[in-house]
Design a protein around this ligand. Structure first.
Ligand SMILES: Nc1ncnc2c1ncn2[C@@H]1O[C@H](COP(=O)(O)OP(=O)(O)OP(=O)(O)O)[C@@H](O)[C@H]1O
Length: 351
């Protein structure tokens, strides 16, 4: 993923309001108030639910973007707006530059068949179809011939680790295996944007970790743009390039896993990461100085920008002067003050 790539998804001032005459109520609230907060309060006062309020962000091509928040904070509603399962009440949603809020129903069907993949927690597999037929189903809808679609389905079945189960029916599979069939079914259509709403939440921790690892492998191979909902901070930190935290319909912070763990904007965000081992999730880049005076002491403990803070601190225990951070060719990228490492981890260097 590069920072200069075209956004795969752009949300500009997106609102989803539930209740009677939501469209006109939103227009009125926006015209009569000075801020999104005031508009949301005005809508609530009229008995409406502003489930997504003024969401503005971009997801880059190939990025794995995680949405987190407590139950009822608006995560599913936001993902349903972006995938147009809900129409949205206000704002613009662009997928690869195309405004899908103004797309025709025909165009939306095309996008869902060819471009947008979705996996939800309780997605229905067809009980009367085998694993292979379930996975191949989207290709049947696309009009692909049987031989071609079964061959393609087989590749994806192997990719998600279900080789040998092609002929089984869903009732013959465990929950984790069914989840894999759902993932395979949404992958088979070569979607370029993939929406997943708590796909692993019903699974026990061991299977869940295994599927997360496999999911990261799949993502590394396919480089699909992914929007992923979870309310498990450890899952978010493990998977995400960036995390958006929602509260009461608002996005309160968007940042890398390091940002969320080290620089939470408020107590709500801090609460999510309070039990997280910060040193394992934050990286040297988050405390590295890259501009101004980059002079450093004589010691070079071999820091790299993507090294965890725990690993970096272990190399800097006895050091007090700034140390260099270099790329693999030895070029200087920045410097780190060992005291900043300790401060980020709230370790007392004198202890
Ligand atoms: N169809 C609907 N009609 C009215 N209100 C709705 C509808 N769907 C969601 N809401 C409300 O919108 C708010 C956000 O709900 P949403 O399901 O998006 O939250 P969530 O963060 O995904 O929660 P969870 O983690 O429990 O799935 C809630 O107050 C919910 O009651």
């Amino acid at each position: 993923m590069s920072d200069t790539s075209t956004p795969a998804i752009t949300c500009q001032n997106v609102w989803q309001v539930f209740g009677a005459h939501a469209d006109s109520a939103l227009k009125q609230a926006l015209s009569e108030t000075q801020s999104a907060e005031e508009a949301a309060a005005a809508l609530r006062a009229k008995g409406l639910t502003p489930a997504v309020q003024d969401a503005t962000f971009e997801v880059k091509e190939g990025e794995l973007f995680v949405i987190m928040g407590l139950s009822g904070s608006g995560k599913s509603t936001l993902i349903r707006c972006i995938s147009q399962l809900l129409p949205g009440t206000g704002g613009d949603i662009l997928i690869d530059g195309e405004n899908i809020r103004t797309a025709s129903p025909k165009r939306l069907i095309e996008l869902r068949r060819n471009k947008l993949g979705m996996v939800f927690q309780h997605f229905g597999l067809f009980p009367h179809m085998s694993v292979a037929e379930n996975v191949a189903y989207p290709l049947r809808v696309q009009g692909m011939r049987k031989k071609g679609r079964l061959a393609k389905a087989q590749q994806v079945i192997e990719l998600v680790g279900l080789g040998g189960r092609e002929k089984n029916f869903p009732r013959e599979l465990s929950g984790g295996q069914r989840q894999r069939v759902g993932i395979a079914r949404s992958l088979v259509a070569d979607c370029s944007v993939w929406f997943l709403d708590e796909p692993f939440s019903a699974l026990d921790p061991l299977i869940r970790r295994q599927l997360q690892d496999e999911f990261l492998d799949i993502q590394a191979k396919l480089k699909t743009t992914i929007v992923f909902i979870t309310h498990d901070i450890n899952e978010a930190l493990k998977l995400a390039d960036r995390i958006a935290i929602m509260r009461d319909g608002k996005i309160v912070q968007i940042g890398t896993p390091s940002d969320i763990v080290l620089n939470p904007v408020d107590d709500y965000v801090r609460e999510f990461s309070k039990d997280v081992a910060k040193g394992q999730h934050a990286h040297v880049a988050s405390v590295m100085q890259t501009g101004g005076d980059l002079s450093h002491g004589p010691d070079d403990p071999g820091l790299r920008r993507d090294m965890t803070l725990d690993a970096a601190l272990a190399r800097c225990m006895e050091l007090y002067e700034p140390v260099p951070v270099r790329d693999e060719n030895g070029a200087l990228l920045g410097v780190v003050n060992p005291a900043d490492l300790a401060a980020a981890l709230q370790v007392d260097p004198a202890a």
